[in-house]
Design a protein around this ligand. Structure first.
Ligand code: FAS
Ligand code: PHB
Length: 398
């Protein structure tokens, strides 16, 4: 015989979306339980995003989880575009009248939110198995799962699907009720984390005829690098030395000469896709973050889009429970998707501009490369073009 629990909001997933939603709801006195299939250590072990928009930082400040971020995060006023063997700085701060981004790893955001949740004594079921979401278009929404061998039924008024791209929530929506738009890119990103000083003070996005490269960081002693790779590539095919050699070839001479290499402490290949599910609400089930959309990481939008979804969802649910208003929940999907599609467009545009595409693709082959060079040469000498890039990179308003 299992156990039955009750809560106002059942949150599926303890990634940034689920944890931030839980923190915002708790602050407003709305009861929420998180159900996560993995262990906390496993969630923390995934190396993902690195750049936070202002809006994301403000949400973390609002729930009192930004102290370490302000101590250890790196405010960045710009980044470099590298092409034709030279670097060109995009001055975000000047182009956006004083705005900037903060470099602070998603792992650290997640850790801070987990610590905050534990300190508040809020319920999170880690390593939950066989999670199912039921009757979300009926009268008795509930979540069933097994936790430490105990069958559990969690009754709730709303379910927040914060369970990522491969989660159970979107998969539980009847196919006729959802439209899924997808573009899979013909390449991946091979990423390396190394305990080495970053090659430069700010990020370097490089368009090279051998392929895209990105020089990022997590701190002054922890660097994060990526090179575009084939979808047929396997991590085991890339020694550290081979990675560093390829990265050097894709950078300008100064960066290549200054690059400090070292042993990789993490190495992985991520596929790139643009994906949007419409709508994002199904009765009492709301999708947020990667459960609803995926963007290619070029524009550093994935984690930040999750934050804006959670902003809209938390305010909507708080309005419902505190004021009895359904206005927010009834407009949730439309408000999210308006921002999601703009960020998806920007991420697609930046990915199309910076990566090598095969001959068969519209922006592929030799002519595609020449057209990219022409756009980059125009962009770095046009105040208007750089302003458009800067506005989108620091994040459109919520
Ligand atoms: P997440 O996927 O982070 O979290 C979902 C959680 O739900 C996971 O903990 C999962 O275990 C859990 N879950 C799944 N199924 C479940 C089930 N059935 N029951 C219970 N729990 C379940 N974004 C950037 O901005 N920059 C980047 O450089 C970047 N790099 C990325 C690299 C990779 C390999 C990936 C996959 C994503 C990357 N992203 C990047 C995007 C990433 O940061 C996401 O936007 C971010 O993790 C979104 O957070 P969540 O929506 O919480 O989803
Ligand atoms: C990262 O540091 O992981 C990172 C930074 C910027 C991006 C993508 C990834 O656009």
């Amino acid at each position: 015989m299992g156990i039955t629990q009750r809560t106002q909001v059942a949150i599926i997933g303890a990634g940034p979306s689920g944890l931030l939603l839980g923190a915002l709801l708790a602050q407003a006195g709305v009861d929420a339980v998180i159900v996560e299939q993995r262990s906390a250590d496993y969630v923390l072990g995934r190396i993902r995003a690195g750049v936070l928009e202002r809006g994301t930082v403000e949400l973390l400040e609002r729930v009192g989880v930004a102290d370490r971020l302000h101590r250890e995060g790196l405010p960045h006023n710009g980044f470099d575009l590298c092409f034709g063997g030279a670097r060109h700085r995009i001055d975000l701060h000047r182009l956006t009248q004083g705005k900037r981004v903060v470099v602070y790893g998603q792992t650290e955001v997640t850790r801070d939110l987990m610590d905050h949740r534990a300190a508040k004594g809020l319920i999170t079921y880690y390593e939950a198995q066989d999670v199912a979401v039921l009757d979300f278009d009926g009268e008795h929404p509930r979540v069933t799962f097994t936790h430490q061998g105990q069958a559990t039924e969690l009754h709730c008024q709303f379910i927040a699907g914060c369970d990522g791209f491969h989660g159970v929530c979107r998969a539980s929506v009847p196919p006729q009720a959802i439209t899924q738009h997808e573009r899979v890119y013909p390449f991946g990103w091979l990423g390396v984390l190394s305990r080495t000083p970053p090659v430069a003070e700010e990020l370097i996005y490089s368009n090279h005829e051998r392929g895209f490269a990105l020089c990022s960081m997590r701190s002054h002693t922890l660097s994060r690098y990526y090179v575009q790779c084939s979808l047929q590539d396997r991590v085991e095919n890339w020694s550290d030395e081979a990675f560093w050699d390829e990265l050097r070839l894709r950078l300008d001479p100064q960066a290549a000469a200054q690059l400090v290499t070292g042993a990789s402490i993490e190495k992985s290949i991520a596929p790139l896709r643009s994906f949007v599910a419409e709508p994002m609400r199904f009765g009492s089930l709301f999708l947020a973050g990667d459960a609803a959309h995926i963007v290619p990481p070029t524009g550093a939008k994935g984690l930040n889009l999750a934050a804006s979804d959670v902003h809209y969802l938390s305010t909507s649910l708080i309005e419902f429970f505190k004021e009895g208003s359904r206005a927010g929940i009834d407009t949730y999907s439309q408000r999210c998707l308006s921002r999601v599609w703009k960020a998806s467009r920007f991420s697609w545009w930046f990915t199309s501009l910076m990566h090598r595409f095969p001959q068969t693709e519209l922006s592929g082959g030799a002519i595609g490369y020449r057209l990219q060079q022409a756009e980059l040469e125009y962009l770095v000498q046009s105040e208007a073009a750089m302003t458009v890039l800067a506005e989108n990179y620091i994040g459109l308003p919520f």
